[in-house]
Ligand binder design. Structure first.
Ligand SMILES: *[C@@H]1O[C@H](CO)[C@@H](O)[C@H](O)[C@H]1NC(C)=O
Ligand SMILES: *[C@@H]1O[C@H](CO)[C@@H](O)[C@H](O)[C@H]1NC(C)=O
Length: 422
C-alpha cells in the first residue's frame, strides 16, 4: 500500500491531498484548540511553537512511514554558480583506499558488499568570508567542523540551504575560531518496502573518507577538527569518531572534538520503560504515530533500511549502531574495554521534550564515566533537533552561543555577555 505512494501520479496526488488537509482542516483546528495553554503539550510553549510542532508531526511521516524523501542524486556535481548566493563551495571527497578500511567496519562492509565511493560535500563559509583558492588547503592552525546532517539515514542532504545546515551556520555565526564547515552528503539507506540500498556501514565509510580528506589532502591538524552531526548525523559522528579511535591508523589520529545534537544512540530502544521519555514525550516531540502505535515504530523503516541484511538483534549489541544500548558489547583495545576510551572532548545537545531524551542522557553519562571531557546542554522544553528550527527560540540561539564558546574554548557566560553587549 505505502509503496504505491512512491509512484507518480499517486505520489503527487497524495502530497496534494496531504497539504490541502493540513492547511485547510488541521491548521484552523489547531489554531483554535491550542489557543488554550492547557491544551498545549508543554505549558511553556507559545502558540506559534505548538503549531510548528504539530505541522512537523505530520510532515515527518512522509519519509519515515511513506518513504517520501528529499534525497539528492549523489553522482551529480553542483555547479558553483548555484552555490554562490549560499556562500558555499562544492567539493568531491575521494573514496577511501583499501588500507584505510580495517577491523569490524571492514568486516561488516565485506558482508554487506559495501564499497567506498567518491561522494559530494559542501564547504559552508562564515558570513563575510569569501572563497579563495588558498582554501583548497587548511590555513595555519585553522579550526574546522566536519558535519553530518540528520534524517534517519533515509532523507536529508548536506546541501547548504537544507534546514539541517542551520547548526553549522549558527556555530559559524557565534564562533570566533571557525570560518568554515565541511558538510558531507554521505550515502543514505533505503529498505523494504522501498527497495534496499546503502546499508551500514556505507555512511560510516563516507564519513571516514571525509575525515581522511580533511587530514591527508586539505592538511588540517586532527586536533583542529571537530566532528559533528544532528540526529542520525549525531549517530554517524559518534560512529566515525569511534572508527578513527579504534582503528589507530597512523595517518588518521583522532579529532580534537565531537558535537552530537539530539543524536540517535540506541536503535534497540533498550531504555523503553513506560516511565521513559519514549512514552512520556510522545505527545511533545516532532514525530507522530497513529493512535495505539508503539513508540518504537517511529524509527522502524529507518532501522530496517540502515541495518540491511544484518540481524535485528545486532542493534542491541553493536556499539557503532547503539552506543547507548543497555546491552552494548564493549570494545577490547589493549585490555582497556571502556566504551568511550580515547574519545575527544565532547558536547552533547538534547531536548527535554524529545522522545530520544533518556537515551541521550545515558550516552552523556557513559561518556563521563569513561573519562571523556563531556559538556551537556539539555533545555527542558525543547524538541528533537531543535537547533535546526528557526522558530525554536530562545533555546536555539542560546545553544549556538554556548556550543560556539565551547568550540572556541571560552566560557559560555563570557560569550553570552559579549553577545548581549552586541
Ligand atoms: C590547532 O591545533 C594546534 C595543535 O594542537 C593548536 O596549537 C592550535 O591552537 C589549534 N588552532 C585553533 C584555532 O584552535
Ligand atoms: C523508570 O522506573 C524504573 C524502575 O521502575 C527506574 O529504575 C528508572 O530509573 C525509571 N526511569 C526514569 C527515566 O525515571
Amino acid at each position: 500500500m505505502a509503496s504505491l505512494f512512491l509512484r507518480q501520479p499517486f505520489k503527487a496526488a497524495y502530497l496534494l491531498g496531504f497539504f490541502t488537509v493540513l492547511v485547510f482542516i488541521r491548521l484552523p483546528y489547531w489554531l483554535v484548540y491550542y489557543s488554550w495553554r492547557s491544551n498545549r503539550p508543554r505549558k511553556s510553549w507559545t502558540l506559534h511553537r505548538t503549531i510548528n510542532v504539530q505541522i512537523l508531526r505530520k510532515v515527518t511521516r512522509l519519509p519515515f512511514q511513506l518513504g517520501i524523501t528529499d534525497k539528492r542524486d549523489l553522482s551529480l556535481e553542483v555547479p558553483q554558480k548555484k552555490l554562490e548566493s549560499l556562500n558555499a563551495r562544492f567539493v568531491w571527497i575521494p573514496e577511501l583506499e583499501k588500507r584505510d578500511l580495517v577491523g569490524m567496519v571492514a568486516e561488516y562492509a565485506a558482508r554487506a558488499a559495501v564499497k567506498s565511493i567518491a561522494i559530494p560535500a559542501y564547504w559552508i563559509l562564515k558570513e563575510g568570508t569569501k572563497w579563495s583558492p588558498a582554501y583548497e588547503k587548511a590555513q595555519e592552525d585553522e579550526k574546522v567542523i566536519l558535519y553530518f546532517h540528520g534524517g534517519g539515514f533515509l532523507t536529508g542532504t548536506a546541501y547548504p540551504s537544507h534546514p539541517t545546515a542551520s547548526l553549522s551556520k549558527g556555530l559559524l555565526k557565534y564562533s570566533t575560531s571557525l570560518s568554515r564547515v565541511l558538510s558531507v552528503d554521505y550515502r543514505l539507506s533505503s529498505g523494504p518496502p522501498f527497495g534496499s540500498e546503502n546499508p551500514f556501514p556505507s555512511a560510516v565509510i563516507d564519513a571516514v573518507a571525509a575525515y581522511r580528506y580533511l587530514v591527508c589532502e586539505a592538511g588540517f591538524l586532527p586536533q583542529n577538527i571537530t566532528v559533528a552531526g544532528d540526529s542520525a548525523g549525531g549517530n554517524l559522528a559518534l560512529a566515525s569518531v569511534r572508527y578513527i579511535v579504534e582503528s589507530r591508523l597512523p595517518h588518521l589520529p583522532p579529532p580534537g572534538g565531537l558535537i552530537a545534537s539530539s543524536p540517535w544512540t540506541d536503535m534497540s530502544y533498550s531504555h523503553l520503560e513506560t516511565n521513559s521519555s519514549h512514552f512520556l514525550n510522545s505527545g511533545s516531540d516532532i514525530f507522530d504515530l497513529p493512535p495505539n502505535t508503539h513508540p518504537l515504530a517511529v524509527g522502524e523503516n529507518a532501522i530496517n533500511a540502515y541495518i540491511g541484511e544484518m540481524d535485528r538483534g545486532e542493534t542491541k549489541y553493536n556499539r557503532y549502531l547503539s552506543p547507548a544500548s543497555k546491552f552494548v558489547i564493549l570494545p577490547d583495545v589493549d585490555g582497556d574495554n571502556k566504551l568511550f576510551s580515547g574519545f575527544p572532548r565532547s558536547y552533547i545537545i538534547g531536548g527535554g521534550a524529545e522522545h530520544l531524551f533518556d537515551d541521550i542522557v545515558v550516552l552523556a553519562e557513559k561518556m563521563k564515566d569513561d573519562g571523556v571531557d563531556t559538556t551537556t546542554d539539555f533545555p527542558p522544553d525543547a524538541v528533537h533537533d531543535y537547533p535546526i528550527f528557526d522558530w525554536h527560540e530562545p533555546e536555539r540561539t542560546e545553544s549556538f552561543i554556548k556550543c560556539a564558546a565551547w568550540l572556541d574554548e571560552r566560557w559560555a557566560t563570557v560569550a553570552i555577555a559579549e553577545q548581549a553587549r552586541g
